[in-house]
Design a protein around this ligand. Structure first.
Ligand SMILES: Nc1nc2c(c(=O)[nH]1)N[C@H]1C(S)=C(S)[C@@H](COP(=O)(O)OP(=O)(O)OC[C@H]3O[C@@H](n4cnc5c(=O)[nH]c(N)nc54)[C@H](O)[C@@H]3O)O[C@H]1N2
Ligand SMILES: Nc1nc2c(c(=O)[nH]1)N[C@H]1C(S)=C(S)[C@@H](COP(=O)(O)OP(=O)(O)OC[C@H]3O[C@@H](n4cnc5c(=O)[nH]c(N)nc54)[C@H](O)[C@@H]3O)O[C@H]1N2
Ligand code: SF4
Ligand SMILES: [Mo]
Length: 695
C-alpha cells in the first residue's frame, strides 16, 4: 500500500519540504509538503526530476579506486571497507609527513556540515571550507559590518512587501519556491517589482519597472538613490535617529553622487532614479532592496552590498512587516537549540587556515566558511604551507572555482584526491578514490533548524532503500574517523542516534516529526519592536553605516566610487547565471532536465554580433586571459551591448555522462580568479572576453 514520507528535497540547496509517495519501495510521486504554507504541494522542475535522479544509471553506484593516470577513467570497483581503508591509510601517511593541516576538506554546506567540521577538528586540521564565499561571501561580510549578523540570519518578508527592488536577483529563475509564491501573491495584491540587470531575464519580464543597467555600475545607481533619499528627507527619520550610526558621514559622502552624475555612469535616466527613490519611500517601511546573491560580483562588491542594505536601513524596513527581518532561531521560542557534535571539546588547533581567511589576505571574511578561491594559489605556491590532500564533499572544485586550468594544475600536485558525491563530476573523474553517497531519497540526514519569523525544525527522512552500494555522508565520515582513531567524536551508529543527540535539550522527540515532517515552534511571526527592541550585534548596538568591523581592519566605510570604463573595442564583460531547470553543476545530465535545457549559449547583443559576423545558433570561440572555449551564440537585443552572458554548469568532459557530455561550456574555464578582498567573494562578473565566429 502507498504511504507518504515527509522529507526535504535536495535537487538544489533551497531544501523545500516534500511529500514522497512510496509503494513497495518505489517512488510513485514527489510533491511539495502540503502542510507548509507557501509550498502547499508545489515543486519546481528540478524537484520533480528527483525521480530521474533515483533511476539514473549514470550516477555513482559503488566505491571506486583509480587504476590508471588521473582523469583516464580507469577504475576498479572496491568494497566500502577497502575504499575507506585506502583513504584512511593515505590520510595517515600525509598527516605523518606534513601534519594534519595539509589536509583540506571542501563542501557545499549541507545538513551534515556539523559532522564534517567535527571530522576536521578531530583530525586537527583548520582547513574545512564551504562554498559560501563563492556564492555570497561579500553579502555575508556586508551584513556583519552593518548589523553584526550574517546574511543567513536575515530573511525577506515577501508576502507583505509593497515594493521590492532586485539587482540581478533573478528570483523567477534562480528560484526558491516559497519566496516565489509569496512574492507572486504580494504582486497580485499590488506590490511593485523593480528589476535591474544588464540582461532581460525572466524576472525582468515580470517587473513593473526594468532597467538595463550598464554592467558593474549598480553602486553608482545606489549612491544616487541614497543621495536623493537624504537630500529630500525621504528616509524614516525616527528610525534613523534611534538606530543609525554615521548618517551625517553618509550624507557628506554621497553629496557629489547626484542622479545626473549616475545617469552618465549607469545609463539610467536621472528622473527615473529620483522617481524610484520617491516611490519606494512612499511604500516604506514595507520596502525591500534585495541584497542579492550572484548578480554583479566585482572587486568592490562589499561597497555595493552595503549600499543595498543601507537603503533598507534608511527606509526603516529592517524588522518591519513587508521588509527584511532577522531570522529567529529555536532559542527565541524558549527552547534550547539543537545540540551539535562540533561543539564537543577538541584539542586546540593553532595553525592558520590555508586560504588566507582571517589573515592579511581576507582579514574580515567569514572564517567559518573560508575562501576556496585560494585553493590553487595555496597549493601551487605552498603558501602559507604545503597542502597534500583534498576531500571534496558535494562540491566541485573544477567547475565552481574560477580559472579551472589553474585548479587542475594544483590538483596535480596533491598526493590524494577524494570525492564524496552522487555524480561523476569533473573532480570525481580526476580523483583517486570515489566514495558515493546515497541520494536524498535514499537517506536520512541531520535535523535542520529552520530559523525564520516562525522557527521550525525539519527532518529529511529516507523514502526508499539505496538502489546501489552507496552510503549516507554522516556514516562515511564516521567510518573514516573510526579508522583514524578519532571515532569517539562520532558517538552514533544510526540516524536515530544523531536525531536524539540533536534533540536532547529541546524537549522534542523523533516521533513529533512523523505527522508532517516538521515541528513548528511558533504560531505567530516573531518581530522585534522597531522602536526599542532590535537586538543588533554591532559594538555600538546600531546599524553601523560607519562600520567598526571595516574601519578597525583599515578599510573605509564609504570608498569613493571608481568609474567603470566601457570595455575596449572587441571585448565584452562575461556575465553568468542560472536557469530554472538546472542546479549549478549538478543536474545537466539528469534525463528530464537535460531535455528542458540541454546546453548553454552565449548571449550577445545584435549589434555586436553583426559587426563580428556572428549568427544566431552558430558557434563562437570565447577567450579570456585564462582560457578559450567553444559555445553556440544566442544573438539578442535582450542584453547590454557591453556584456555577454552564459549559464553556469555546462561543459562536462566526463564521457560516462552521455547526455551532458561536451554540451556547451564551463564558465570557470574563462573566469579570472580575482576577489573582493574585503567582502571575500571572487569577482565572477569582472572578466573581459573576446568572441569570434568559428565553424
Ligand atoms: N534554478 C535554480 N535556482 C537556484 C539555484 C540554482 O542553481 N538553480 N541556486 C541557488 C543559489 S546557491 C543561488 S546563490 C541563487 C542565485 O540567485 P541569483 O543571484 O538571483 O541568480 P543568478 O542566476 O546567478 O543571477 C545573476 C544575475 O545577475 C545579472 N548581473 C550580472 N552582472 C550584473 C550587474 O552588474 N548588475 C546587475 N544588476 N545584474 C547583473 C546576470 O545577468 C544574472 O541575470 O539561486 C538559488 N536558486
Ligand atoms: N564559475 C562559477 N563558479 C561558481 C558559480 C558560478 O556561477 N560560476 N556559482 C557559485 C555559487 S552561487 C555556488 S552556491 C557554488 C555551488 O558550488 P557547488 O557546491 O560545487 O555546486 P553544486 O552544483 O551545488 O554541487 C556540487 C556537487 O555536489 C554533488 N551533489 C549533489 N547532491 C549531492 C548529495 O546529496 N551528496 C553529495 N555528496 N554530493 C551531491 C553534485 O553532483 C556536484 O558534483 O558555486 C559557486 N561557484
Ligand atoms: S527549489 Fe526546487 S529543486 Fe530546490 S529544493 Fe525546492 S523543489 Fe527542490
Ligand atoms: Mo549560491
Amino acid at each position: 500500500m502507498a504511504r507518504g514520507v515527509y522529507s526535504i528535497c535536495f535537487m538544489c540547496t533551497v531544501r523545500c519540504p516534500i511529500k514522497v509517495t512510496v509503494d513497495r519501495d518505489e517512488v510513485k510521486w514527489i510533491e511539495g509538503n502540503p502542510y507548509v504554507p507557501g509550498i502547499e504541494g508545489a515543486l519546481c522542475a528540478k524537484g520533480s526530476a528527483g525521480l530521474a535522479l533515483l533511476q539514473d544509471n549514470e550516477r555513482l553506484q559503488y566505491p571506486m579506486i583509480r587504476t590508471g593516470p588521473r582523469g583516464s577513467g580507469q577504475w576498479r570497483r572496491a568494497g566500502w571497507d577497502e575504499a575507506l581503508d585506502y583513504v584512511a591509510d593515505r590520510l595517515r601517511e600525509v598527516m605523518g609527513k606534513h601534519g594534519s593541516r595539509s589536509i583540506v576538506f571542501g563542501e557545499r554546506t549541507n545538513l551534515n556540515t556539523h559532522i564534517s567540521k567535527t571530522f576536521m577538528k578531530a583530525i586537527g586540521s583548520p582547513n574545512h571550507f564551504t562554498h559560501d564565499a563563492l556564492c555570497k561571501g561579500s553579502v555575508n561580510t556586508a551584513f556583519r559590518s552593518l548589523t553584526g549578523y550574517n546574511d543567513t540570519q536575515v530573511g525577506v518578508d515577501y508576502a507583505n512587501t509593497r515594493h521590492i527592488v532586485m539587482y540581478g536577483r533573478n528570483i523567477f529563475e534562480a528560484l526558491e519556491i516559497k519566496a516565489v509564491n509569496s512574492l507572486l501573491d504580494a504582486m497580485d495584491r499590488g506590490a511593485k517589482l523593480t528589476y535591474i540587470d544588464p540582461r532581460v531575464s525572466i524576472t525582468a519580464t515580470k517587473a513593473d519597472r526594468y532597467w538595463m543597467v550598464r554592467p558593474g555600475t549598480d553602486l553608482a545607481l545606489n549612491y544616487a538613490l541614497i543621495h536623493t533619499i537624504l537630500k529630500e528627507r525621504l528616509y524614516d527619520e525616527e528610525y534613523a535617529a534611534r538606530w543609525v550610526l554615521g548618517l551625517d558621514a553618509l550624507q557628506a559622502f554621497v553629496q557629489p553622487y547626484s542622479p545626473e552624475w549616475a545617469q552618465e555612469e549607469t545609463g539610467i535616466a536621472a528622473s527615473e532614479i529620483v522617481a524610484l527613490a520617491r516611490e519606494t519611500a512612499e511604500a516604506k517601511p514595507a520596502v525591500v532592496f534585495h541584497y542579492g546573491y550572484r548578480g554583479a560580483h566585482h572587486t568592490n562588491e562589499i561597497a555595493f552590498r552595503r549600499s543595498i542594505i543601507i537603503l533598507n536601513v534608511l527606509m526603516g524596513s529592517i524588522e518591519a512587516k513587508g521588509g527584511l527581518f532577522f531570522k529567529k532561531g529555536i532559542p527565541a521560542t524558549g527552547r534550547a537549540d539543537l545540540q551539535k557534535y562540533v561543539d564537543q571539546e577538541f584539542p586546540k588547533i593553532t595553525e592558520p587556515r590555508f586560504d588566507g581567511s582571517g589573515t592579511a589576505l581576507f582579514p574580515i571574511a567569514d572564517t567559518y566558511h573560508g575562501n576556496p578561491q585560494m585553493l590553487a594559489h595555496a597549493i601551487l605556491n605552498e603558501d602559507p604551507y604545503p597542502i597534500k590532500a583534498l576531500i571534496a564533499n558535494r562540491f566541485e572544485p573544477l567547475q565552481s572555482i574560477p580559472d579551472s586550468s589553474a585548479t587542475r594544475k594544483a590538483l596535480d600536485k596533491l598526493d590524494l584526491l577524494v570525492s564524496i558525491d552522487i555524480h561523476f563530476n569533473e573532480f570525481a573523474w580526476y580523483s583517486d578514490v570515489v566514495l558515493p553517497e546515497s541520494i536524498y531519497l535514499e537517506r536520512s540526514d541531520s535535523l535542520q533548524a529552520a530559523s525564520g519569523l516562525k522557527p521550525q525544525i525539519v527532518m529529511r527522512r529516507q523514502a526508499v532503500l539505496p538502489r546501489h552500494d552507496t552510503r549516507p555522508g554522516w556514516l562515511i565520515l564516521k567510518q573514516l574517523a573510526d579508522r583514524l582513531g578519532v571515532g569517539h567524536y562520532f558517538p552514533y551508529k544510526t540516524i536515530e542516534d544523531i536525531w536524539s543527540y540533536q534533540l536532547k535539550n529541546t524537549g522534542l522527540k523523533i516521533e513529533d516529526f512523523a505527522a508532517k515532517g516538521f515541528v513548528s515552534l511558533s504560531d505567530q511571526p516573531i518581530f522585534w519592536n522597531r522602536k526599542d527592541g532590535i537586538k543588533l550585534k554591532t559594538p555600538s548596538g546600531k546599524f553601523e553605516l560607519v562600520s567598526s568591523l571595516l574601519e578597525d581592519a583599515g578599510f573605509p566605510s564609504f570608498p569613493p566610487y571608481k568609474s567603470v570604463p566601457a570595455p575596449e573595442a572587441g571585448f565584452f564583460r562575461l556575465l553568468v547565471g542560472r536557469c530554472a531547470a538546472h542546479t549549478h553543476v549538478s543536474t545537466q545530465n539528469n534525463l528530464y532536465l537535460n531535455e528542458l535545457v540541454p546546453e548553454n549559449e552565449l548571449w550577445i547583443h545584435t549589434s555586436a554580433a553583426a559587426s563580428l559576423g556572428i549568427e544566431d545558433g552558430g558557434y563562437v570561440e570565447v577567450s579570456s586571459s585564462c582560457g578559450t572555449s567553444k559555445i553556440r551564440a544566442k544573438v539578442t537585443e535582450f542584453i547590454h551591448p557591453e556584456a555577454v552572458f552564459m549559464l553556469h554548469g555546462f561543459g562536462k568532459t566526463v564521457p560516462v555522462l552521455t547526455r551532458a557530455f561536451m554540451k556547451g561550456t564551463s564558465d570557470a574555464i574563462l573566469q579570472e580568479n580575482i576577489s573582493d578582498r574585503v567582502g571575500g567573494s571572487p569577482a565572477l562578473d569582472e572578466t573581459l572576453v573576446t568572441v569570434k565566429a568559428v565553424d
